[in-house]
Design a protein around this ligand. Structure first.
Ligand SMILES: CC(C)(COP(=O)(O)OP(=O)(O)OC[C@H]1O[C@@H](n2cnc3c(N)ncnc32)[C@H](O)[C@@H]1OP(=O)(O)O)[C@@H](O)C(=O)NCCC(=O)NCCS
Length: 177
């Protein structure tokens, strides 16, 4: 059974395979989460110590005073895994900047390409909502591109209520209780 966990060194090998899939899928562009992780740790996460540093960075990123770009806010990240197999990640920004309130939202996620269309994103979003609630967020803002049918379904399956469209972004409020 897939489970949502805090990032952990035990899934290193599988995580690195997933990164290769995401790069091949074009998800590692500048400004994407995976692109940022690669730029920070991609040159050293193949070895155990480098990967442990990466996991430590993700844990610290959930705290208010960790070093981060001035436009970024604290963010918690969880991984969906089955045993030691990495399936996907979901992240929650603790606060909304002006940009996040319009386009980015609180919660972002992706499933590794080889594990898509098996219900994992739906599972992952449902499973993260109590954690989001524990951060004091209710409802949570989620956005997706207007042509991202899969993500829209994931958001609606979690009870997302459509508010409006800004540019290509559809904005939904998802109750977290
Ligand atoms: C969007 C994404 C997270 C969906 O992950 P997933 O694990 O494949 O999603 P699920 O299996 O839970 O599927 C959810 C629904 O979308 C449908 N779906 C999944 N992929 C689809 C696709 N490519 N085209 C059309 N529908 C799709 C599923 O059939 C399911 O529909 P249902 O609820 O009617 O059964 C995944 O495609 C992904 O990581 N994409 C790239 C990153 C991204 O877009 N992240 C979201 C940013 S807002």
């Amino acid at each position: 059974m897939p489970e949502l966990i805090e990032p952990h060194v035990r899934v290193r090998a599988s995580f690195l395979e997933a990164v290769e899939e995401l790069v091949a899928d074009g998800r590692a562009y500048d400004g994407s989460m995976i692109g940022r992780w690669i730029s920070l740790y991609g040159d050293r996460w193949a070895d155990e110590a480098g990967f442990a540093d990466f996991v430590g960075y993700l844990q610290a990123d959930a705290t208010p005073h960790a070093p981060r770009p001035t436009t970024h806010v604290p963010q918690s990240t969880w991984w969906l895994v089955e045993g030691d197999t990495y399936l996907g990640r979901i992240s929650c920004r603790h606060l909304l900047t002006e940009w996040l309130a319009e386009f980015g939202g609180h919660v972002g996620y992706e499933v590794r390409p080889s594990a898509r269309r098996q219900g994992h994103a739906t599972t992952m979003l449902r499973a993260v909502l109590p954690h989001v609630h524990a951060l004091g967020i209710d409802p949570a803002l989620l956005t997706c591109d207007d042509d991202n049918v899969a993500s829209r379904k994931v958001i609606e399956a979690a009870g997302g209520v459509f508010e409006d469209q800004r540019g290509v972004k559809l904005r939904f409020w998802v109750p977290t209780r």
